[in-house]
Design a protein around this ligand. Structure first.
Ligand code: FAD
Ligand code: NDP
Length: 591
C-alpha cells in the first residue's frame, strides 16, 4: 500500500479527487475502526491491491475526512471507491461482492489508455492536458490532411496554424500600415513610399507559428500526454486505428474518447476549377507569394477578415457576397463594418455567386478568370484576378473517422449532437467546432475541453456555459458583439420591450477620419446585448461580457465613471435611444 502524503499547499478537494480517480481501489479508513478492518481483510482475501488512506494518520486527515463526507454525504468510515465509482461502506462493499459488482468492477477490461483524444487543436489539447492532472493515461492523435494545393502544418489545430493567430497578425500588419499613414500628422517624417513585403511578413508569422507548434509538443511531453502524429478512425467504441504519414497502421484501445477533430474549409460542388486553382484560409497564411489582386468569395468572419487585411496591406480586393454580411450578427452593425471596408477600397459584388474558375496563366500568383452570376437578374459576367480565396464556410471532419463503427450518430451537416459534450455512445465525447449548434470559437473549445476532463476524471459537475460568449470580427473597423443582436432581441422579447441605445463616436486620435459606432440594448433596464464597432473591439467586448453575464442593468453602466480619453468611456454616458428618433450624433471623447 503506497504511503499517502498531503502537502500543506495541496487543495484538499483536488487531492481527494486525485486519490479517487488516480487509483483503481481506494479505501478511506481509520486504524481503529473494526468495519474498516473488515473491508481491508475482504480485499486482502481477494488479493486485490488497494490504496488505504488512514484518515487518523495522514497529514491533514481531519480536513480530508470533511471533504470526503461532503462528497459522499456520509461521515462514517470506511468509504470505498473502485475505478472512481463510490461503492460505500463496509456493508455496501460486502453486498457488492455478493452481487458480483465487485468482481465486475475489478476485472473490468483494461485499455491501453484511460483517454484518447482525436484532434490536437484548441479543444483536444486543452482536454488532454487537464485529464493528465488526474493521473490518467492520455494520448492525443493529431494529423493534418494537406489542402488540395498541398499546404500542411504542425500541432495545434486551426487556431494557431491557419486561424486566429496568423489572422490576427496579418490584421495587425494592416493596422500598422494605417498607423504609418497617420504618422506624419503626429510629426513623424516617413521618407519615400511605404511598401509592404508579403514574404517577409509571411516568414515572420510562420516562424512564430512554428515556435508555438514546438511549445505544444514540449508541453505535451512535460505533461506526459502521448502525442501521436497519426490519423485516427474508430474500429469500435473502444478501439481506434492510427495511420501515420508513412501509412503505418497501429491499433489502440481506450476507456474513453474525446472527438475534437475540428473543421476544414468547404469547397463548392457546383463551381468547376476551385480545387485546382483557388485557395482557402488554409493556404493563405503560408502562401509563398503575395496573392495580389484577390477575389474573396463569402461574407462571414473568415471572408471579411481576410479581405480586410489584404486590402490593408495595399492589395486590390473584391468580396463576392451571396446574400448578407455576417449572418447571425446584428445586421445594422454588420453593414456598417462593410461600409467602412468599402470606404477603405474593398469592392463588393452583391448579390452574386461564383460559376467557374479558370486558369489563364500559371504563376505565383498566376492569372485566373472567374465567371460569376448576379442572383437578382441571373446576369453572368467574368473578371480576372491573381488569386481567388474561397471562404464559404467550414465542414466538420467527421466523415472519415469511422463514427459508424463506434455507433456515434452525426447530424446531416456532419456535426455531432451532445448532451454535456457526451455523444449518444456512453464512453465517447466531443468538443469544439464539431459540436452541433454550438459556437465555433477557440475559447469555447478550450473551456468545454477543460471542464469535460474535470467532470470525467476530477469529480466535478461544472458544465460549459455556451450563453453570452463575446466575440470579435477583426475587420478593418473591428466589430465586437456579445449577447442578443437587435433582430434576435425583438424576436424574443417583442419590440416594445427592448430599448436600443446607440452612439456614434470618434476616437480623438483619428481626427474624425474614421467613425466607430456603439450600441447596446436592454429590456426592463437589463443589458441584453452589446455591439461595438471601433478600435480594440476584442479588448472592449471581452470586458463588457462580464456585466452582461452578471445580468447588469443600464443603470449599472450609467453609475460607472469612464476612463478618459478612451473609446469605451462612451458606454457610461449613453443617452440616445433609437425609439427617440434622435440621431446618435458624432461624439468625441471631449464632448
Ligand atoms: P481544431 O483547432 O480545428 O483542431 C482539430 C485538429 O484535429 C486539427 O489539428 C486536425 O488536423 C486534427 N484532426 C482532424 N481529424 C483528425 C483525425 N481523424 N485524426 C487525428 N487528427 C485529426 N476563433 C476565435 O476564437 N478567434 C478568432 O480570431 C478566430 N479566427 C479564426 C480565423 C480563421 C481563418 C478560422 C478558420 C477560424 C478562426 N477561429 C477563431 C475559430 C477557431 O480556430 C476554432 O473555433 C478552433 O480552432 C476550434 O478548435 P477545435 O479543437 O474544435 O478544432
Ligand atoms: P460561415 O459559415 O460563418 O459563413 C459562410 C459564408 O459563406 C456566408 O457568408 C455564406 O453566405 C457564404 N456562402 C456559403 N456558401 C456559399 C456559396 N456556395 N457561394 C457563395 N457564398 C457562400 O463561415 P466562416 O468560414 O466565415 O466562419 C466559420 C466559423 O469560424 C465562424 O462561425 C466563427 O465561429 C469562426 N471564426 C471566428 C473568427 C473570430 O472569432 N474572429 C474569425 C473567423 C472564423 P450566406 O450568408 O448567404 O449563407
Amino acid at each position: 500500500m503506497p504511503p499517502v502524503t498531503i502537502r500543506p499547499e495541496d487543495d484538499i478537494r483536488h487531492h481527494l479527487d486525485q486519490l479517487i480517480t488516480g487509483n483503481k481501489v481506494v479505501v478511506f479508513s481509520t486504524t481503529t475502526c473494526p468495519f474498516c478492518a473488515k473491508v481491508k481483510e475482504l480485499f486482502r482475501s481477494l488479493a486485490v491491491d488497494v490504496v488505504v488512506v488512514e484518515l487518523d494518520q495522514v497529514d491533514r486527515g481531519v480536513e480530508l475526512r470533511e471533504a470526503l463526507s461532503a462528497r459522499v454525504g456520509r461521515t462514517s468510515v470506511p468509504q470505498v471507491f473502485i475505478s472512481g465509482q463510490h461503492i460505500g461502506g463496509c456493508d455496501d462493499t460486502h453486498k457488492a461482492r455478493d452481487d458480483g459488482l465487485l468482481t465486475k468492477l475489478l476485472t473490468q477490461h483494461s485499455y491501453d489508455y484511460d483517454l484518447i483524444v482525436i484532434g490536437g487543436g484548441s479543444g483536444g489539447l486543452a482536454a488532454s492536458k487537464e485529464a493528465v492532472k488526474y493521473n490518467k493515461k492520455v494520448a492525443v492523435l493529431d494529423f493534418v490532411v494537406p489542402t488540395p494545393l498541398g499546404t500542411s502544418w504542425g500541432l495545434g489545430g486551426t487556431c494557431v496554424n491557419v486561424g486566429c493567430i496568423p489572422k490576427k497578425l496579418m490584421h495587425t500588419a494592416a493596422l500598422i500600415g494605417q498607423t504609418l499613414k497617420d504618422a506624419p500628422h503626429y510629426g513623424w517624417n516617413i521618407a519615400g513610399d511605404i511598401t509592404h513585403d508579403w514574404n517577409r511578413m509571411k516568414d515572420e508569422i510562420q516562424n512564430y507559428v512554428k515556435s508555438i507548434n514546438f511549445g505544444y509538443r514540449v508541453q505535451l511531453r512535460e505533461n506526459k500526454v502521448n502525442y501521436i502524429n497519426a490519423f485516427g478512425s474508430f474500429q469500435d467504441s473502444h478501439t481506434i486505428k492510427c495511420v501515420d504519414k508513412k501509412g503505418k497502421e497501429t491499433t489502440l484501445t481506450s476507456d474513453k474518447f474525446i472527438i475534437a477533430v475540428g473543421e476544414r474549409p468547404r469547397y463548392p460542388t457546383d463551381c468547376p476549377g476551385v480545387k485546382e486553382f483557388a485557395i482557402t484560409s488554409d493556404d493563405l497564411f503560408s502562401l509563398p507569394y503575395s496573392p495580389r489582386k484577390t477575389l474573396v468569395i463569402g461574407a462571414s468572419y473568415v471572408a471579411l477578415e481576410c479581405a480586410g487585411f489584404l486590402r490593408g496591406l495595399g492589395l486590390d480586393v473584391t468580396v463576392m457576397v451571396r446574400s448578407i454580411l455576417l449572418r447571425g450578427f446584428d445586421q445594422e452593425m454588420a453593414e456598417k463594418a462593410g461600409e467602412y471596408m468599402a470606404e477603405e477600397g474593398v469592392k463588393f459584388l452583391r448579390p452574386c455567386i461564383p460559376v467557374r474558375v479558370e486558369q489563364l496563366e500559371a504563376g505565383a500568383p498566376g492569372r485566373l478568370r472567374v465567371t460569376a452570376k448576379r442572383t437578382d437578374n441571373n446576369e453572368e459576367f467574368a473578371e480576372e484576378y491573381n488569386s481567388v480565396l474561397f471562404a464559404i464556410g467550414r465542414d466538420p471532419c467527421t466523415d472519415t473517422i469511422g463514427l459508424e463503427n463506434a455507433g456515434v450518430i452525426k447530424e446531416k451537416n456532419g456535426k455531432i449532437k451532445t448532451m454535456s459534450e457526451k455523444t449518444n455512445v456512453d464512453n465517447i465525447y466531443a468538443v469544439g467546432d464539431i459540436l452541433y449548434g454550438k459556437l465555433e470559437l477557440t475559447p469555447v473549445a478550450v473551456e468545454a475541453g477543460v471542464l469535460l476532463a474535470r467532470r470525467l476524471f476530477g469529480g466535478s459537475s461544472v458544465e460549459c456555459d455556451y450563453i453570452n460568449v463575446p466575440t470579435t470580427v477583426f475587420t478593418p473597423l473591428e466589430y465586437g458583439a456579445c449577447g442578443y443582436s437587435e433582430e434576435q432581441a425583438v424576436q424574443e422579447f417583442g419590440e416594445d420591450n427592448i430599448e436600443v441605445y446607440h452612439q456614434k463616436f470618434c476616437p480623438f486620435e483619428w481626427q474624425n477620419a474614421r467613425v466607430p459606432q456603439f450600441e447596446h440594448r436592454n429590456r426592463n433596464e437589463r443589458l441584453l446585448g452589446f455591439h461595438y464597432l471601433g478600435p480594440n473591439a476584442g479588448e472592449v467586448t471581452q470586458l463588457v461580457g462580464i456585466p452582461l453575464k452578471m445580468k447588469a442593468t443600464k443603470g449599472d453602466l450609467d453609475a460607472l465613471i469612464g476612463i478618459h480619453p478612451t473609446c469605451a468611456e462612451v458606454f457610461t454616458t449613453l443617452d440616445v435611444t433609437k425609439r427617440s428618433g434622435l440621431a446618435p450624433d458624432l461624439k468625441s471623447c471631449c464632448g
